[in-house]
Design a protein around this ligand. Structure first.
Ligand SMILES: Nc1ncnc2c1ncn2[C@@H]1O[C@H](COP(=O)(O)OP(=O)(O)OP(=O)(O)O)[C@@H](O)[C@H]1O
Ligand SMILES: [Mg+2]
Length: 224
């Protein structure tokens, strides 16, 4: 899908979270890196309208993300803490919840839930309680819930944060195998090493927009 920032910026009172920014993104694999508080999550939240720009606008396939009428669905978002986005206690019910209100029959919803669980080898998680899952299992459950809704773009905010080496590897492979357009915010620089394009934010500004090696070099300079 085509993501377009047109002078889009965000301020909270006098604090500038994101300097006005103009750019277009259509690549399939995008990485976003930068220090804590540099504006990465703010940038990502503009793409699905969770945050509205205080100047300019953001368009996804020509639709203004601040416009309520354009509705959710096109952009899936996995939060920095996925436990915050699980709504229902049982994994299967949580996945089904996201599919309600779309005019699907119960049988169609059940089939979609089974299909997404199978896609991620996660059938064994279907009847588990989300709050009992390990960090890696929870990431997988959150991916299932979001991808069941067929988003055109998937945004993952620090998906390997808090994961051990094995779960990190598992989640990295899941992300690498996704056919959806994917935007990954991360402090895990290896994760973005094969991406098409990496954006570096610093103090609310986009300071590099490059291939991974160049972007990481710039980030290391900033981190000093
Ligand atoms: N709702 C808000 N109200 C006030 N300030 C905010 C709000 N959201 C973000 N900020 C500020 O905007 C700046 C950018 O925050 P943002 O969450 O985008 O950073 P980040 O790059 O995602 O950081 P991290 O790596 O720590 O997740 C920070 O200074 C933050 O304190
Ligand atoms: Mg963040």
């Amino acid at each position: 899908m085509d993501i377009r920032f047109e002078g889009a910026g965000v301020s909270y009172g006098k604090r500038v979270a994101l300097q006005p920014l103009t750019l277009e993104i259509s690549e399939r694999r995008i990485g976003i890196i930068g220090l804590n508080g540099s504006g990465k999550t703010t940038f990502a939240r503009l793409i699905n309208g969770l945050t509205k720009p205080t100047t300019g606008r953001v368009l996804v396939d020509g639709r203004d993300t601040a416009d309520e009428k354009s509705g959710p669905g096109a952009v899936g978002f996995i939060f920095q803490s996925p436990q915050n986005q699980i709504i229902l206690p049982i994994v299967r019910d949580d996945i089904a919840f996201g599919l309600k209100g779309r005019g699907l029959s119960k049988a169609e919803i059940d089939a979609k839930v089974e299909a997404v669980l199978a896609r991620f080898n996660a059938a064994h998680l279907a009847d588990r309680r989300a709050h009992e899952l390990s960090g890696g299992e929870l990431q997988v459950a959150a991916l299932c819930s979001v991808l069941a809704t067929d988003p055109g773009i998937l945004i993952l905010d620090e998906p390997t944060n808090q994961l051990d080496l094995r779960n990190r590897g598992l989640v990295q492979k899941l992300i690498d195998d996704l056919h959806e357009q994917t935007i990954v915010i991360t402090h895990d620089l290896d994760l973005v090493s094969c991406y098409d394009r990496v954006l570096v934010f610093h103090e609310g500004q986009l300071v590099a927009d490059a291939r991974p090696a160049e972007a990481v070099r710039r980030y290391r300079e900033i981190a000093g």
